[in-house]
Ligand binder design. Structure first.
Ligand code: BDP
Length: 330
C-alpha cells in the first residue's frame, strides 16, 4: 500500500469511527427498570416519572420500560441482572446492597438513625454522596449509585398477638430481608429471624412458616399482608433507605451526554420520590387502621435499643467512623 492509500484508509477508519459514535448517540434505547412494588407505589412512580423526563429530553430516544411487582424476581435477582447488564435500573432496598458494597451496611444497623428526619438529613448530605460514590467506584459492584429514596421506618407485624414489650417478641418467627444483620437483629430481640426474599413472604405468612414480618406502612399495606397479620407495633427498629442503581455495564456503553442525563435525572428522583412517599404513608396508615389492625405505639424504645446491643457489638466497630458521622449529623 502506498503511503497515500494508507493515509486514506486510516482516514476512512476515523470517519467510520466518528459515524459509529454519532450513530450510537442516535440509537433508540428502551431501558428496563424493575421494582418489587406495584405500579403507583412511590418508588415505582418516581422511576416512571423519570422515564418520562428522559423521553422528553431526548425526543423519545431514551425511555424506560418498567417491570413492577417482582416480575423480574426478588431484589437479589434484580441486582444480579443489573450487574450483567440485562436490566438497566434496579430500585432496591439498601438491605441486599450491603452484601455488594459493605459500607452500606451502616444504614442496615438497627436504630442507627434517631428518626426518619435524621435519615433524610444523612442521605441528602455528604455521607449519602460518599456512599453512592462508593457503589459507583467499587470495581466489583457492577453498579452505578444514582439516588436514595425514602422508605420510612420498619416495624413488626404478626398474626399472633400485640407486641408491646421486647418480651412479647419471644419465640415468634419473623421474615427478615436477606442480610445477616437483620436476622441477628430479630434474634437479639428474642424472636427468630428467617431470611427470605419478598417474593416468598406472602406464602410463608399464609402457611405459618413465619408468624410475621416487618416493614413500613406502605409496604405492609401494598404487599397485601394486612389481612393476614393484623398486629402492628411501631418499633421502628430499622430505618433503611431505598436506592436506585444503574447497570455499570449498560452505563459504560452509553455516550457521555447520555450518561450525564442518567445521572442528572436519577439524582432528581431523590426528592421527587419523597413527596410521593409522604402522601402514601398517610394513606397507608389510614387503610391499616380502617382494616381493624391494632396499631401499637411504642412510647419508650429504649428496651428495644438495649436488646440489639449484641448486633452492634458484632458489626458496629467496622463502621465506627461512619456511625460517628451519622450521629453528628443534625
Ligand atoms: C420494602 C422495600 C423493598 C424491599 C421490601 C422487603 O421497599 O425494597 O424489598 O421492603 O422487605 O420496604 O423485602
Amino acid at each position: 500500500m502506498t503511503t497515500r492509500r494508507m493515509l486514506m484508509a486510516a482516514a476512512g477508519v476515523l470517519v467510520a469511527a466518528a459515524m459509529t459514535g454519532s450513530a450510537a448517540a442516535q440509537t433508540k434505547m428502551v431501558m428496563k427498570a424493575a421494582d418489587v412494588h406495584p405500579l403507583g407505589y412511590p418508588t415505582v412512580e418516581a422511576v416512571v416519572q423519570m422515564g418520562k423526563k428522559l423521553e422528553a429530553a431526548t425526543n423519545g430516544r431514551l425511555s424506560i420500560q418498567m417491570f413492577p411487582s417482582m416480575q423480574l424476581g426478588g431484589e437479589k435477582e434484580m441486582i444480579e441482572q443489573a450487574q450483567i447488564g440485562a436490566l438497566q435500573y434496579a430500585r432496591v432496598s439498601v438491605g441486599p446492597v450491603g452484601s455488594v458494597v459493605d459500607n452500606l451496611n451502616v444504614f442496615n444497623l438497627p436504630f442507627v438513625f434517631r428518626d426518619t428526619a435524621h435519615m433524610r438529613a444523612v442521605i441528602d448530605g455528604p455521607i449519602g454522596d460518599r456512599l453512592l460514590k462508593e457503589i459507583t467506584d467499587n470495581p466489583k459492584s457492577g453498579l452505578i449509585g444514582l439516588a436514595w429514596m425514602d422508605s420510612g421506618a420498619r416495624s413488626f407485624y404478626n398474626k399472633q398477638k400485640d407486641i408491646k414489650t421486647v418480651a412479647d417478641l419471644k419465640g415468634l418467627k419473623f421474615r427478615m430481608m436477606g442480610n445477616p444483620i437483620f436476622v441477628d437483629t430479630a434474634n437479639a430481640l428474642g424472636a427468630n429471624g428467617v431470611a427470605m426474599g419478598m417474593d416468598q413472604v406472602m406464602n410463608a405468612l399464609q402457611t405459618g412458616v413465619v408468624d410475621g414480618a416487618e416493614n413500613n406502612p406502605p409496604s405492609y399495606d401494598s404487599f397485601g399482608h394486612v389481612p393476614v397479620a393484623k398486629h402492628y407495633s411501631l418499633t421502628e427498629h430499622l430505618i433503611i433507605p431505598e436506592i436506585l442503581v444503574f447497570s455499570k455495564k449498560a452505563f459504560d456503553s452509553m455516550s457521555k451526554e447520555d450518561q450525564a442525563l442518567i445521572l442528572k435525572f436519577g439524582k432528581e428522583t431523590q426528592l421527587e420520590q419523597r413527596k410521593l412517599w409522604d402522601e402514601r404513608t398517610k394513606v397507608a396508615m389510614d387503610k391499616i387502621k380502617a382494616a381493624g389492625v391494632n396499631v401499637i405505639t411504642i412510647a419508650d424504645k429504649k428496651p428495644f435499643q438495649d436488646a440489639v446491643k449484641p448486633v452492634w457489638d458484632k458489626y458496629g466497630a467496622k463502621y465506627a467512623d461512619l456511625v460517628k458521622q451519622i450521629q453528628d449529623t443534625k
